[in-house]
Design a protein around this ligand. Sequence first.
Ligand SMILES: Cc1ncc(COP(=O)(O)O)c(C=O)c1O
Length: 401
Amino acid sequence: MKKHHFRQETEAVRGGTNLDKKNGPLSTPIYQTSTFEVADMQEQLRVTPTDSYYTRYGNPTNTVAENAIAELEGTDAALLFSSGMAAITTSILALVKSGDHIVAQRDIYGGVIKFLSQWLPKLGIETTFVDTNDIEQHERAIRPNTKLLHIESPTNPRVRVVDLEKIAALARKHGLISTIDSTFSTPINCRPAEWGIDLVLHSGTKYFGGHSDLMCGIAAGRRDLIEQIHHTRTTLGCCMDPHAAFLLLRGIKTLAVRVERQNENARRIAEFLSRHPKVARVHYPLLREHPDYAIAKKQMAGAGGVLTFEVEGSGADACRVAEALKLFTLAPSLGGVDSLVTIPVLTSHYMIDPELRNKMGVTEQMIRLSVGLEHVEDLIADLEKGLGVLTREHVRAGVAD
Ligand SMILES: Cc1ncc(COP(=O)(O)O)c(C=O)c1O
């Protein structure tokens, strides 16, 4: 783990830039180029291993963002990718080979489940899925050929928080590489490297970008792992475009203040919903009744902007409430400045077999909110009004009209 020179707010604004430079542009220029010219072969030799050679290998705009992210996560280095899925699939492909085995939490992003369960077996790589926070089950699943332990925290949509200290210790004990999808946390709320996790992955499309206007993936970790992943990224070609990296940099500058406000807004909304008579259950880690409250208190500065609640009634009732909201826009994704609402069984968990979904605790009555930066009182008023469509008659009869 790397030492932080500044506090998070400072790292977010100034991270990755050279503080000694004088008379240059304050904002990072976009090196909108696919290639870099050289004067002679001597210079070619010098630049080929750098970020000024060919943009699939690296690009100076991207480097500034990568350095900023490494500072925020407290890791040796970071890499950008064309999407969160690109970051996760490329990193895993870089770190395992045919015949290896992976242990992964059951509760991870659907796209990653598909990659692990449907794509990797074609390459002779098997995955065993285990229950979130059942550390003994994780350990029982480890085989002599297990190479990697993959987790996600907080999870979607139940916002479970994984005990990173225990996972890192388990991985160390068995010589495994520990990887985490930390998209829902952001380094403002939790820095997994500080708890001993080897590789931190993100869909930067979410909080890092922060404005729902770009696609981005991130891998941050130990230098030896990042070097291996860099080789694979170069081969697979899933690099980030420099123009998107510029937008990402702009997003990173406000990451700390955005996430702090989203934490506060979401916490207030979770408290409001937990007192509402038409709400059966609220999933938010900083509510005392959440199963991972103690873990969240230990390892997170805030619980983030995503929360899920279950309405009193049917799946159709949940849809009616979501459709009735005005300030929460019906759209998948999360982490942006605009508040969004989705029904998990119709979006992120649509492709998952209903039986497995039930096992995962994902119900038809669930509504997931991604809380943005609107005024919290306006958001609460919107929810109050939206929940008003659930008349007592509807709830009692479970009517789906
Ligand atoms: C937790 C998590 N990880 C990874 C991804 C994939 O990221 P992307 O859509 O940027 O490929 C998502 C997308 O929703 C996500 O929610």
